[in-house]
Design a protein around this ligand. Structure first.
Ligand code: NAD
Ligand code: TYD
Length: 351
């Protein structure tokens, strides 16, 4: 069946994997990638598919309502997969306003454009909003986030994502707009900007720089390989039920310090260095303000309803990730120039 799907944030980390998967798996769909190309957006992520006839890139800003309405007027859009966002907790602590604008106002602009353009007939239409497990807050040692866990966001990033989730549900309840939301745990894999823990550590080990571990490194995250998230998004887009929420997780919890030690072992082997070399770079630094202790997702609903489970083990995924960064050193070099250096100094010099 022919469809036109608008994917927002498709030049970013997760978005680029979703765009690639849809362009390749669904040659009859037209895939429009809408992205502002902020510091986190990079068209190099999509070099391999940029000339496919079913792919189109549009540079636009979801915060500018007129740009979004124009795109909906120009194209007969059947579905939206909304990933565009400001996504890094540390940046949200430094500059919350940017997160409110993009994550909340930007989402409302998209919801309004979809509602207006689809108003005559919501049949076969879908607004699929990609969200995070961070909206549920922070867990102690026990328990998991389910779809029924009350929202308790604690950082400007998670509060802005929670707000956007509420608005998406409000458009379902108030206007019957067909929507789905999924809330996923921490992703890792190729093309992730080196401000997040795993690619930042890989980059620093590469260059022999200290690996900054916040606090005592005891915080726990549930890691999922990005391709498995893209598979889940594909499945939910096609088989998910309107009005529903699906949690997506890796069932793969790691304390930050244990994860970094594991990564160091893999990097030592890869770089042909004696075991223990990279872990010598670990440096404990001042903790993140309001640092959530533990995230852990229960994705039973997605398994039972749609049969999804992760396909890549953490060992395989980390090895593939390290291999990718090593094989794509020019990608890394291109993103760590100028602005990144300034960000890094601002973020880490006072820790
Ligand atoms: P990312 O920061 O790598 O990419 C975000 C993309 O959005 C970039 O390409 C950027 O240019 C684009 N963008 C930002 N502001 C925009 C604007 N105003 N208009 C248009 N485009 C804009 O983020 P990511 O890690 O790929 O995350 C994608 C989505 O998935 C986000 O909504 C995030 O909240 C969610 N999510 C991420 C994770 C994770 O671990 N990374 C986990 C769960 C959910
Ligand atoms: P991050 O990759 O920023 O994802 P999130 O905050 O969305 O979970 O961080 C993952 C964990 O790693 C988190 O507990 C914070 C910690 N962390 C460090 O210890 N050092 C760092 O330099 C970064 C970026 C994160």
């Amino acid at each position: 069946m022919n469809k036109t799907i608008l994917i927002t944030g498709g030049a970013g980390f997760i978005g680029s994997h979703v765009v690639r998967q849809f362009v390749i798996n669904y040659p009859k769909y037209k895939i429009i990638n809408l992205d502002k190309l902020t510091y986190a957006g990079n068209l190099e992520n999509l070099k391999d598919i940029e000339n496919h006839s079913n792919y189109k890139f549009i540079k636009a800003d979801i915060n500018i309502e007129s740009q979004i309405f124009d795109i909906f007027k120009q194209y007969q859009i059947d579905g939206v997969i909304h990933l565009a966002a400001e996504s890094h907790v540390d940046r949200s602590i430094t500059n919350p306003t940017e997160f409110i604008l993009t994550n909340i106002v930007g989402t409302v602009n998209l919801l309004n454009a979809a509602k207006e353009s689809w108003k005559d007939n919501f049949q076969q239409k879908l607004f699929y909003h990609i969200s995070t497990d961070e909206v549920y807050g922070s867990l102690e040692d026990e328990g998991y986030f389910t779809e029924n866990t009350p929202y308790d966001p604690r950082s400007p990033y998670s509060a802005s994502k929670a707000s956007s989730d509420h608005l998406v549900r409000a458009y379902y309840n108030t206007y019957n707009l067909p929507v789905i939301i999924s809330n996923c745990s921490n992703n890792y894999g190729p093309n992730q900007f080196p401000e997040k823990l795993i690619p930042l550590a890989i980059n620093n080990i590469f260059s022999g720089k200290p690996i900054p571990v916040y606090g005592k490194g005891e915080n726990i995250r549930d890691w999922l390989y990005v391709i498995d998230h893209a598979r889940a998004i594909d499945l939910i887009y096609h088989k998910g039920k309107s009005g529903e929420t699906y949690n997506i997780g890796g069932n793969n919890e790691w304390k930050n310090l244990d994860l970094i030690k594991k990564l160091c072992e893999i990097m030592d082997k890869k770089l042909g260095k004696p075991t223990g070399t990279s872990s010598g770079l670990i440096q404990f630094v001042k903790d993140r303000s309001g640092h959530d202790l533990r995230y852990a997702i229960d994705s039973t609903k997605l398994l039972n309803a749609l049969g999804w489970k992760p396909s890549v083990t953490f060992e395989e995924g980390l090895q593939k990730t390290v291999d990718w960064y090593m094989d794509n050193f020019s990608w890394l070099k291109n993103v760590i120039t100028g602005d990144y250096e300034k960000y890094y100094t601002r973020q880490y010099q006072s820790r």
